[in-house]
Design a protein around this ligand. Structure first.
Ligand SMILES: Cc1cc2nc3c(=O)[nH]c(=O)nc-3n(C[C@H](O)[C@H](O)[C@H](O)COP(=O)(O)O)c2cc1C
Length: 252
């Protein structure tokens, strides 16, 4: 397959040249990405384009000032959006029942597929992209900065621009580690360690462990990068925010 080379070599790009991504190209890429699969063809998403310096400066703290925000050509905030669809229902004498967790998850799936479709198409056009997971951490501040109404929740963000230099290709665990035939074959401590052995042996992983004063790479994830404390805190913030935007969680 001709495109296999792209897929096998794709990588996140965090540093960009000063060349702007034109409005025309951006619109073309977004239109192509909107052909991504979407639940019931409802298109339960919106994307907010931030190009201005002020706009980026307003978003940067919500992304913990990751340099890629101010250093890119455009910041794209991808939102789960039931606002447009509900308004269409209401204007059409149809009673929407979309103020719940199931509907929120539907919109999250739709927007995730749309964002990744955009990313693939943009990269195939020579652009570079970087996802920002900080979107779900600081969704309330992002929503405030972007003026998001009820039923619109930021899910992920991409910084986009022309790559400045070549980013390294990152590793993946061996493919047999992610495939299960017919039934899920659970991992033993031994099999899981062997899947991660190559990753643990990498020079950059060893450096990461040493720099953080940890015993293992896994500890860098649990104790430094994605801690229980942060996950529990941001879970509460995000849940409260999702509810405040009109998606109720079911009673237990
Ligand atoms: C949902 C999501 C959130 C991410 N958040 C960040 C982020 O906040 N900052 C960052 O520099 N990279 C972020 N990334 C990029 C990942 O670090 C990157 O995809 C991963 O290390 C694999 O590298 P590769 O994309 O170059 O193969 C994110 C990726 C995803 C899918």
């Amino acid at each position: 397959m001709e495109q296999m080379g792209y897929f096998k070599n794709r990588r996140t790009v965090r540093k960009y040249t000063s060349q702007a991504v034109s409005d025309e190209l951006l619109a073309e890429l977004i239109e192509a990405a909107s052909q991504a699969p979407t639940t019931g063809n409802m298109q339960l998403y919106s994307v907010v384009v931030t190009r201005s310096e002020e706009g980026k400066a307003a978003l940067a703290p919500s992304h913990f000032n990751q340099p890629t925000v101010k250093g890119c050509s455009v910041v794209l905030t991808f939102c789960a959006d039931f606002n447009r669809f509900v308004k269409w229902c209401e204007a059409s004498n149809a009673q929407p029942g979309y103020d719940n967790f199931q509907s929120f998850m539907t919109a999250v799936l739709d927007v995730s597929l749309f964002a990744q479709q955009f990313c693939t198409i943009a990269e195939m056009h020579g652009l570079g992209c970087c996802y920002l997971g900080t979107t779900t951490y600081n969704a309330p501040q992002i929503a405030e900065a972007l003026g998001l109404p009820e039923r619109v929740v930021p899910v992920t963000t991409l910084t986009v621009g022309y790559p400045d230099g070549e980013s390294p290709l990152s590793d993946r665990i061996p493919v047999e580690g992610i495939i299960h035939f017919e039934k899920y074959a659970d991992y033993t401590a031994e099999s899981v360690k062997s899947l991660y052995a190559e990753k643990e042996a990498r020079e950059d992983s060893r450096r990461f462990v040493a720099e953080n004063g940890k015993e293992s790479l896994a500890q860098v994830f649990t104790d430094v990068r994605y801690t229980r404390q942060a996950n529990e805190h941001f879970s509460k913030v995000y849940r409260d925010f999702i509810e405040s935007k009109g998606f109720a969680f079911p009673e237990k």
